[in-house]
Design a protein around this ligand. Structure first.
Ligand code: GDP
Length: 198
């Protein structure tokens, strides 16, 4: 059975102090509207396990999904949503940083970036936060279907080039992904399975 396919909703938490006890977890992060909820739904084969929002960035809680016994997926709040007041946004970026740097059971990070707008400042900040843990990051260039095959390949290659400095200090991998076309599912599964098996 593929890793994500029998994912079950587990719990929602609003404060870091309420995080559940988990043996191992991976986290999904990304800018609001990057396609994170869609990616989770596509990977888990659910229509709305993670809520695809019409007003992104409003929800600031962490949703947990159980993948296998003791293995969880944490869906973190999207960052960078323009219509949230600056102080609220800054607060959430700080909390995300705290989670990424202190969560003991967190073994790897999936960072979702819109293929058309990769590596924004806040994405780089997430990479910086997580670098100190020494754990791997896997980047999904989402909504790949919005680009021609040719432009997808070009973007992938330019993002890889831009990530070189990051790759020197932590394991960073990157792939194309499309929820609409169900593109790249096996590639993510293989990477994450590897993390859990390590
Ligand atoms: P989130 O805020 O990161 O959770 O993003 P959502 O999953 O809610 O998606 C934001 C918007 O992008 C929605 O309108 C989705 O329908 C759209 N979207 C997400 N994934 C894809 C994709 O693979 N292809 C296309 N064309 N649109 C997508």
């Amino acid at each position: 059975m593929p890793l994500f396919q029998n994912a079950q909703f587990f719990t929602t938490v609003n404060h870091l102090k309420d995080l559940p006890h988990t043996q191992a977890e991976i986290a999904f992060v990304g800018r609001s509207n990057a396609g994170k909820s869609s990616a989770i739904n596509t990977l888990t084969n659910h229509v709305r396990l993670a809520y695809v929002s019409k007003t992104p960035g409003r929800t600031q809680h962490i949703n947990y999904f159980e993948l296998r016994n003791g293995h969880f997926l944490a869906d973190l709040p999207g960052y960078g949503y323009a219509q949230v007041p600056e102080d609220v946004r800054a607060h959430w970026v700080r909390l995300l940083g705290q989670y990424l740097q202190t969560r003991q059971s967190l073994i790897g990070l999936i960072l979702i970036m819109d293929t058309r707008h990769p590596l924004k400042d806040l994405d780089k900040q997430m990479l910086d936060f997580f670098a100190i843990t020494g754990h791997p990051v896997h980047i999904l260039l989402s909504k790949a279907d919005k680009l021609s095959k040719n432009d997808q390949i070009k973007t992938l290659s330019s993002v890889k080039k831009a990530l070189k400095p990051y790759m020197e200090r932590q394991t960073v991998s990157v792939q194309l992904f499309s929820s609409l076309k169900k593109q790249g599912i096996e590639e993510v599964e293989t990477v994450v399975q590897g993390w859990f098996d390590a």
